[in-house]
Design a protein around this ligand. Sequence first.
Ligand code: KE4
Length: 428
Amino acid sequence: MGKQSELLFEKAQKYIPGGVNSPVRAGKSVGMNPPFIAEATGALIRDVDENEYIDYVGSWGPMILGHAHPMVVAAIEKRIAKGTSYGAPTELEVTMAETIVDMVPSVEMVRMVNSGTEATMSAIRLARGYTGRKKLIKFDGCYHGHADSLLVSAGSGVATLGIPGSPGVPDDLARHTISIPFNDIEAVNQAFDKYGPEIASVIVEPIPGNMGVVIPDKPFLRELRKVTREHGALLIFDEVISGFRVAPGGAQELYGILPDLTCLGKIIGGGLPVGAYGGKKEIMICMAPEGEIYQAGTLSGNPLAMAAGIATLEILKQGNLYMELEQKSDVLFSGLENAARDAGIQVVINRVGSMGTLFFTAKPVSDFAAAKESDQDLFRKYYRSMLEQGIYLAPSPFEASFLSAAHTNEMIEKTIRSASKAFRRLRA
Ligand code: KE4
């Protein structure tokens, strides 16, 4: 890593646990200290040592338009002159809520929060309050943020760091969460046979991005909808990643399945801190101050974040960006697949739209157990080689790569050439 990044990382570790404000950024899974970023424009990101990279992290999903999109920057610049936060309702929040309701098929009402974690934490509290039940089903390898009830064999940072659940989560809370293999509808039915009347909700990433990308089996999501309805449990789609990513209306639009509640984040803030949870009106009106179930936030619906998010969604809801993203992503990931094959490296690629993951394995990856069987040592070497060639990937085998509207054909071709070289080095 560059000199300035090393110096900053050393200093950061004096004041910040692990030197980072979110664990996965520390790069422990790839055994490398992280580059410190100075700026980013479009699909390019530059570190403090003047190294430039093609960015496939995109701030872990929000930057679907690319960094510093002119319309988003203009929206923030225009808004900031009016102040940054009032702690009072604004027209922007109404516009954002109307836009989400308009774009996300199952959402009739929505509440803004400040992160994906707050969104899922609030949604499970709402599900428990609405049903009067305690138990929760989640899936191994799915990550829903760091609320206590959800840090039970989660994926993403927890999986990458190898912490099964987390110290500090009380046992008598964790035991209310049942975590089962993704795509395993038999296990879901067994859980409902055993705990049915106690289950408040099933929360799922309809297209998981936190064990790497995994494709839901066709009947799986449909069965989830059926079994939750039969048992009076709420189905929560955590679309913090897939929302507005795979279609204007997210995975629920793509697969035609309507959950009871949807959690959103990332893209709806245009890179500023935002989360949201929404769903059927009869459920959402149970939230204070209309109902009894409590959730609050000083900066919820913050005007700057709303301005950035509205500018982003206005562009996405035109819908024409998704075909372009699909084409670019197909070129990239099929190029990676061909390059690996030509170098004699076995890979499996899972992709939906502009979110995808390359696993170093020969076996299909349809759940977390299979993802964990992929060769993490090969991933580490691949990651390092790509970074040295100016390609910025997520420093973990259990994450998604994201394309944006700003990735050009030349950048994609350069990425494929770099991967080809990286794969050949793996053979050496
Ligand atoms: P945040 O609290 O980090 O805004 O969102 C939590 C969350 C909820 N649901 C899903 C499906 C998510 O992917 C996330 C957060 N994603 C991780 C990476 N996949 C954020 C990166 C990080 O933890 O630094």
